[in-house]
Write a new protein. Structure first.
Length: 225
C-alpha cells in the first residue's frame, strides 16, 4: 500500500497521531493538516497522489464543510468526515455535500482503518467492465457515470448504489440488502439514508431517473421498460 496516500485533517494533534499510527501500520503514506486552510493547501499541492481524505468537521479558520465544498468543485477523491456530532441531520447534510463516509467520534481506530480499507478496495479496484443500460453508461475502471455520453458527477456512495441497482437489474432489492451490499459493513442508522441517496441519483439521472422504481414495502428496483 506504499502507493496510497491519505490526508488526515484534524485540529487535535493527538487524534491525528493516533489515526496516523494505525494507518501507517497498514503501509499507507500519511499527510497531515491541523486546520481547514492548511488542508486545502496540502490537497492542492498533492492532489494527484492523495487517494482518500479523513476530514474533521469542527476546525479553526475553515470548518470541514467548507473544505469539503471547495474540494468537491474539482475532485471526486473519497472523503470520510470525522465529527463529534451524531445527529441524523448532520449525516444527511454531509451526504448531500458529497461525503463518501461519515464517522462519529469517538471511533475505534481499528474500525476506522477497516472502513478506510473497504473504501480504498472499492475505489482502486481495476475492473474493465463498462456497462450500458438505456443510455446510462457505467465505467467501473474510472468510476464514472455518463448519461447519453455526458458525464454526471456522483459521490462514491451514489455511484456504488447506482451500480448495485444496475448489476441487479429487474430484481426488487430490500433496503437491508442494499445496506449490506453497498455500505459493506454493519450500518447503525436509519435506512432512510438510502432514500436520500436514491433521491439524489434520480435527480442526476434526469428523465432516466424513472428507471429506479420504488417497490413499496420492499425497497428499490432498476428496470428499463
Amino acid at each position: 500500500m506504499n502507493d496510497v496516500t491519505i490526508l488526515v485533517v484534524d485540529d487535535e494533534s493527538r487524534m491525528r497521531k493516533l489515526i496516523k499510527d494505525f494507518l501507517m501500520q497498514k503501509g499507507y503514506s500519511i499527510l497531515e493538516a491541523g486546520d481547514g486552510e492548511e488542508a486545502l493547501k496540502t490537497f492542492e499541492e498533492n492532489q494527484n497522489k492523495i487517494s482518500l481524505i479523513l476530514l474533521d468537521v469542527m476546525m479553526p479558520k475553515l470548518d470541514g464543510w467548507s473544505v469539503l465544498r471547495q474540494i468537491r468543485q474539482t475532485s471526486k477523491v473519497p472523503i470520510v468526515m470525522l465529527t463529534a456530532r451524531g445527529e441524523e441531520q448532520d449525516e444527511l447534510f454531509g451526504f448531500e455535500l458529497g461525503v463518501d463516509e461519515y464517522i462519529s467520534k469517538p471511533v475505534s481506530p481499528k474500525i476506522l482503518v477497516a472502513r478506510v480499507e473497504a473504501i480504498l478496495k472499492r475505489t482502486m479496484a481495476n475492473k474493465k467492465n463498462v456497462q450500458e443500460c438505456g443510455g446510462i453508461t457505467i465505467d467501473p475502471d474510472g468510476r464514472t457515470v455518463k448519461i447519453d455520453g455526458k458525464q454526471v458527477e456522483m459521490s462514491l456512495r451514489e455511484y456504488e448504489l447506482l451500480k448495485y441497482l444496475v448489476d441487479n437489474q429487474g430484481i426488487a432489492l430490500s433496503r437491508d440488502k442494499i445496506l449490506n451490499n453497498v455500505w459493506n459493513y454493519d450500518y447503525y442508522g436509519d435506512s432512510r439514508t438510502i432514500d436520500s441517496h436514491i433521491k439524489k441519483i434520480r435527480h442526476k439521472l434526469g428523465k432516466k431517473g424513472k428507471y429506479i422504481q420504488t417497490m413499496r414495502g420492499v425497497g428499490y428496483k432498476f428496470e428499463i421498460k
